[in-house]
Ligand binder design. Structure first.
Ligand SMILES: Cc1ncc(COP(=O)(O)O)c(C=O)c1O
Length: 501
């Protein structure tokens, strides 16, 4: 939370011209922001409001009744109170004061602070497999937090829920003899896997194997290694030199993979990071046969196949992991998101015996790596309750059914003038691809389209430069999926390609 002088400075930075240009709506929003903040930070906001709008706004802010519950629930305008929040992946100049404030969720639906309801076609950020508002997960969290809220797992420390969770995840993975290393999210998991891979080869007498291969359109999170492995254009820009010994290959060509390995010499390769279905890069399933073939190429090179299953894991692709479905037997699997359906943050790395064994050997070295919240018991309790739902409701099988429903449903949208096609076919994740001519005419089309469908009552997201994400909770009903398609169409109908959308 900034101190008073910072808050004031931020508002002072606006030019007088901008201040004069404010609309009545912005002015109202600003007063509204002032009211919300008054409840907690009266001095700061009164100063800031006064600075920008003068005596009139100051008088308005002073009229707030702090004991009136309505003041705390003022609908979308209340979003203006959140300009202290620096959003991830956001142009804050446009977002500050215009936030979309999500207030509550139930099943596949979320509600804004005005009570408007939206179908969550992205399962938030691909993670809410079981839908929102599951009492069983909430209860498990409360029960565990009362018993042991949190404790670390460094050194020899453990706790019952995390031990149970590790065993269960290993059992679900392609190799039940695997070991599971816990983290706080996907980016942590990618960095952990990258370090594990390089450290493994140091330990096993091949320290020159440091090169990590990534693919065009890949998203492996935004930590140091993840940024270095970025395949989405722009995601690695602006940070100076990143990790050396990273090479990038096309996402869909095993020939290109072979060529890259031959060029460098296979003895230099530590591993290939591979999303079984590229997610954030626009939903790009690998071509038929690619995954098995790439896995074999990496094996033949003596390197590690690292499946990044942060999106594809935990039933999204019709099995516990896409690696099970496609018999990939990765050396390392990164996971996050669906392990808890997002109720609390968690990630991890599943290390097959090949990688884990040297670290587990008697007299083996310490892996000097880990996070404060690795193995958090309350998060583990949430994960266990979530796995019970995934298993009990057969959501892997359901995802497989929904895979066909999705392909068919997205196909029906292709008669819309703004839709050029779709990417789907592996699991319950897809992308509505916008028509190339419309995109050419209006490069802002993906962002405009996602705003328009939201106005229609559907939360989607621009991904891959040309598409809208469709990856709802696996708990969605057939009727809700039909609603999703209808809302998408209604939203797209509202988009004006060359106007203001
Ligand atoms: C494949 C993949 N890896 C890693 C990450 C990073 O996960 P997080 O945002 O939890 O750090 C993501 C996030 O979307 C992802 O899709």
């Amino acid at each position: 939370m900034p101190g008073p002088s910072q808050a004031t400075d931020r508002h002072r930075a606006e030019s007088p011209g901008r201040r004069r240009g404010r609309s009545a709506a912005e002015y109202g929003a600003y007063c509204n922001a002032g009211q919300v903040r008054c409840a907690t930070e009266r001095v700061i906001v009164v100063d800031a409001v006064h600075d920008v709008f003068g005596e009139r706004a100051l008088d308005a802010a002073k009229t707030v009744r702090l004991d009136d519950p309505k003041d705390a629930n003022m609908g979308p305008l209340a979003s203006s109170s959140m300009s202290s929040l620096w959003h991830p992946f956001a142009s804050m100049g446009a977002v500050a004061g215009n936030e979309f404030v999500v207030d509550r969720g139930e099943g596949v639906w979320v509600y804004d602070t005005d009570g408007n309801r939206y179908l969550d076609a992205t399962a938030s950020l691909w993670y809410c497999q079981v839908g929102h508002g599951r009492a069983a997960i909430v209860d498990a969290i409360a029960t565990q937090a009362r018993r042991l809220d949190a404790y670390h797992t460094f050194g020899d420390f453990s706790n019952p829920p995390i031990a149970e969770l590790a065993a269960r995840i290993a059992r679900y993975s392609p190799n039940p003899a695997s070991a599971v290393f816990f983290t706080s999210g996907g980016s942590d998991s990618v960095d952990t896997a990258a370090k594990m891979a390089r450290r493994y080869f140091q330990l096993t007498g091949e320290p020159e194997r440091t090169v990590l291969i990534t693919r065009d359109w890949a998203y492996h999170g935004m930590h140091g290694f993840g940024t270095s492995l970025a395949g989405i254009p722009g995601n690695a820009d602006g940070y100076g030199d990143l990790f050396p010994d990273v090479i990038k290959v096309p996402f869909d060509s095993t020939d290109a993979l072979v060529t890259a390995i031959e060029k460098l010499g296979s003895a230099r390769i530590a591993g290939l990071f591979c999303e079984p279905v590229i997610g954030a890069g626009g939903v790009r399933p690998a071509p038929d046969g690619y995954l098995k073939h790439a896995r074999k190429i990496i094996e033949d090179a003596g390197a590690l196949f690292i499946a990044d299953e942060v999106i594809t894991g935990f039933c999204r692709t019709g099995d516990w992991f896409a690696s099970n479905r496609f018999s990939l037997e990765p050396d390392l699997i990164t996971f996050a998101k669906g392990v808890t359906s997002g109720y609390l943050p968690m990630g991890g790395v599943i290390a097959a015996p090949r990688v884990a064994d040297p670290f587990f050997a008697s007299g083996g070295p310490m892996f000097r790596h880990g996070y404060t919240y690795s193995g958090h018991p309350t998060v583990a309790a949430a994960a266990l309750a979530n796995l019970d739902i995934l298993e009990g409701e057969g959501l892997a099988q359901r995802a497989l059914q929904l895979e066909a429903v999705l392909v068919e449903g997205l196909e029906t949208l292709t008669d819309h003038p703004l839709v050029g096609g779709h990417r789907s076919g592996v699991g319950f994740l897809g992308a509505v691809v916008l028509a190339p001519d419309a995109l050419g005419a209006d490069p802002d089309l993906p962002a405009k389209a996602s705003q328009a469908v939201r106005r229609a009552g559907l939360i989607s997201r621009a991904i891959g430069g040309d598409a809208l994400q469709v990856s709802p909770p696996l708990s969605i009903t057939d009727a809700e999926f039909d609603q999703l398609l209808a809302l998408m169409r209604t939203g797209l109908d509202q988009v004006r390609v060359t106007g203001n959308g």
